[in-house]
Design a protein around this ligand. Structure first.
Ligand SMILES: [Zn+2]
Length: 282
């Protein structure tokens, strides 16, 4: 699933459409999941002739702003991704096309492809509405923020409700730090040399400091690598990201740890895989 860095890479690519006027939005092959939009095409037709003013990211969400109050909230889901292509040159391999946006005086188009249909498009009347609405309202500080929001991170970890939780579970809680998913959770803990099984209340202040620093390093490095292409994620030009090439633990169960030679293991926390080295991470 795309995490904060992959969504950030998507946003950086889509920014080329800021200031562009929408000429047409074509919806195709919309699955059951999109049926809540009765008369779907009509709803999206409201955006025709409107100019995109800003595409921003909150955690793993994209928020599309326009030159009128309505806002589109877009989540890539498990496998959704945006492809930017020349109008004449739409890649033939796109078979799960969901939305195609054409712009005025622009030869590039934006295509949303989604194999598994978990991607979401929600329309809000105003920007304030989307900010007040779950899940945006509950998002914690962004993990890609520079400098990293260390103080807020430490404060949230100190909350009573978190004391007895394993750090490998709670890092996925988007109200703690927004943008971390399963891959970067394992990698951040590996860099910080902290076991995912450690209870939050057992973390020393210097470990919390180290973990915050590690999250920041890992997430920013992932953006620079154009994200991780483990399953379906592709950049908007259709290429694979390269972050998987420097992963130390994620999806490496059975391989030897680069630091100590010990076998990397996989455990399950809240039904999600966590990978780590028992020897290096204590
Ligand atoms: Zn090791």
């Amino acid at each position: 699933m795309p995490e904060g860095p992959e969504v950030e890479c998507t946003r950086l690519s889509l920014r080329r459409f800021e200031g562009k006027k929408i000429a047409k939005i074509e919806l195709t092959k919309l699955s059951q999941k999109y049926k809540k939009y009765k008369g779907k095409q009509k709803i999206f037709d409201e955006f025709i002739g409107r100019t995109i003013t800003k595409i921003e990211r909150k955690g793993k969400f994209l928020i599309w702003g326009f030159d009128f109050p309505k806002v589109i909230l877009n989540h890539l889901g498990m496998s959704g991704h945006w492809i930017i292509s020349e109008v004449e040159d739409v890649p033939a391999h796109i078979i799960h096309l969901k939305i195609k946006i054409l712009f005025k005086n622009e030869n590039m188009i934006a295509i949303f492809e989604d194999t598994r249909n978990f991607g979401q498009f929600r329309i809000y009347d105003t920007y304030q509405d989307v900010m007040n609405h779950l899940p945006i309202r509950n998002l914690g500080p962004d993990g890609l923020k520079v400098p990293f929001p260390q103080e807020a991170f430490a404060e949230k970890l100190k909350l009573k409700k978190n004391a007895n939780k394993e750090i490998g579970r709670i890092l996925l809680d988007q109200s703690l730090i927004a943008g971390i998913g399963n891959i970067y959770k394992s990698e951040s803990l590996a860099l910080a040399k902290i076991t995912p099984l450690k209870l939050v209340k057992k973390l020393k202040p210097e470990e919390i400091e180290r973990l915050g620093g590690s999250i920041s390093i890992i997430l920013r490095k992932a953006v620079k690598s154009m994200g991780s292409s483990i399953q379906s994620y592709r950049t908007s030009t259709g290429e694979e990201g390269s972050a998987q090439n420097w992963h130390k633990v994620y999806a490496k169960a059975g391989s030897n740890c680069e630091s100590c030679g010990n076998r990397i293991i996989r455990i399950v926390q809240d039904k999600r895989s966590t990978f780590y080295c028992e020897k290096c991470q204590v």
